[in-house]
Design a protein around this ligand. Structure first.
Ligand SMILES: Nc1ncnc2c1ncn2[C@@H]1O[C@H](COP(=O)(O)OP(=O)(O)OP(=O)(O)O)[C@@H](O)[C@H]1O
Length: 246
C-alpha cells in the first residue's frame, strides 16, 4: 500500500480552481519535494493530505483511508500525519517540553514517564536539550522550528508534511533546521512531503521533485532527472533556472 494516493483530485475556493486533476502517488519512506511559483497550489495540496483542506472531487487515500469519504475519521488519520508550518505554531504559554508532550498525552494517552523520555530524546535529536524548560518566546526562529519538528515527531507519525519550514527564518538559522530534516530523511522510514525553495535540500535528500504551476502538476521526476537532466516542461525549466540563480 502506498502512503499517499491522489486520483483525479480537484479543489476549488469558490470559483477559483486551486487543484486541477491531481494524480500523484507517494510510497512509504519516500522524501518528495514540492516546488513551484507563489500561488501555484503547493500549500493547498499539502494541506489536503491531513484534511486541513477538503477536496471536492476525486479520491485521496492516505495510509489506506479515503479522505474524500465523509465517514473517514479524520482524527485517526491525522495521528499518522504530522505537519510542520512556516510559522511554527507552538503553544506560547507552554514550555518547550510541554509543547512536545501535550499531543501524545492527550491524543495517544502515552504514559507520562515514557512520554517525557521520548520528548527528551527528541530534544537531543534536534540539539535543544538545554531548552526543555524554556518558553517558546525565549527561542530564536530556528530553535522554534526545531521544537516544532520534535513536537511533530513525538506523535510517531508515518508521514510528515513540511510547508515552507525555513521561509520565515533568518538565513543563519536555515541550515540547522535543514540538517534536522536531512537526518530524519536519512535515518527514519518516515514519508516526507516538503514544500520548499531550498534546492540544496532537494538535491541532497529528496527522492523526487514535483513542480506545480496554476494548480497543476507539470513535472514529477526523480531528482537526478530534474537537476542533472532538464525538466521537460518549459515552465519548470524557467523556474529552476530562476531559483538556482538566486
Ligand atoms: N482559503 C482560501 N480561499 C480562497 N483562495 C485561496 C485560499 N487559500 C488559497 N487560496 C488561493 O489558492 C491559490 C493557491 O494557494 P496556495 O497557498 O496553495 O499556493 P502556494 O503555491 O502554496 O503559494 P505560496 O508559495 O505563495 O505559499 C492562491 O491563488 C491563493 O490565493
Amino acid at each position: 500500500m502506498s502512503m499517499i494516493e491522489f486520483h483525479n483530485v480537484e479543489k476549488y475556493y469558490g470559483d477559483f480552481h486551486a487543484l486541477k486533476n491531481i494524480n500523484l502517488t507517494i510510497e512509504k519512506g519516500e522524501t518528495v519535494v514540492l516546488i513551484g511559483p507563489s500561488g501555484s497550489g503547493k500549500s493547498t495540496l499539502i494541506r489536503t493530505v491531513n484534511g486541513l483542506e477538503r477536496i471536492e472531487q476525486g479520491q485521496l487515500i492516505v495510509n489506506g483511508f479515503d479522505l474524500a469519504d465523509k465517514k473517514t475519521d479524520m482524527n485517526r488519520t491525522r495521528k499518522n500525519v504530522g505537519m510542520v508550518f512556516q510559522h511554527f505554531n507552538l503553544y506560547n504559554n507552554k514550555s518547550v517540553l510541554e509543547n512536545i508532550m501535550l499531543a501524545p498525552r492527550v491524543v495517544l494517552g502515552r504514559p507520562e514517564d515514557e512520554n517525557k523520555k521520548l520528548a527528551m530524546e527528541l530534544l537531543e535529536q534536534v540539539g535543544l536539550v538545554d531548552k526543555a524548560e524554556s518558553m517558546p518566546s525565549m527561542l530564536s526562529g530556528g530553535q522554534k522550528q526545531r521544537i516544532a519538528i520534535a513536537r511533530s515527531l513525538a506523535m510517531k507519525p508515518q508521514c510528515i508534511l513540511f510547508d515552507e519550514p525555513t521561509s520565515a527564518l533568518d538565513p543563519e538559522m536555515i541550515d540547522d533546521v535543514l540538517n534536522v530534516m536531512k537526518n530524519i530523511a536519512r535515518d527514519s522510514d518516515m514519508t516526507m512531503l516538503v514544500v520548499t525553495h531550498e534546492m540544496g535540500f532537494a538535491r541532497e535528500v529528496g527522492d523526487r521533485v514535483i513542480f506545480m504551476a496554476d494548480g497543476e502538476i507539470l513535472e514529477d521526476d526523480v531528482k537526478e532527472e530534474f537537476f542533472d537532466g532538464q525538466p521537460s516542461n518549459e515552465r519548470a525549466r524557467q523556474f529552476l533556472s530562476k531559483i538556482i540563480k538566486h
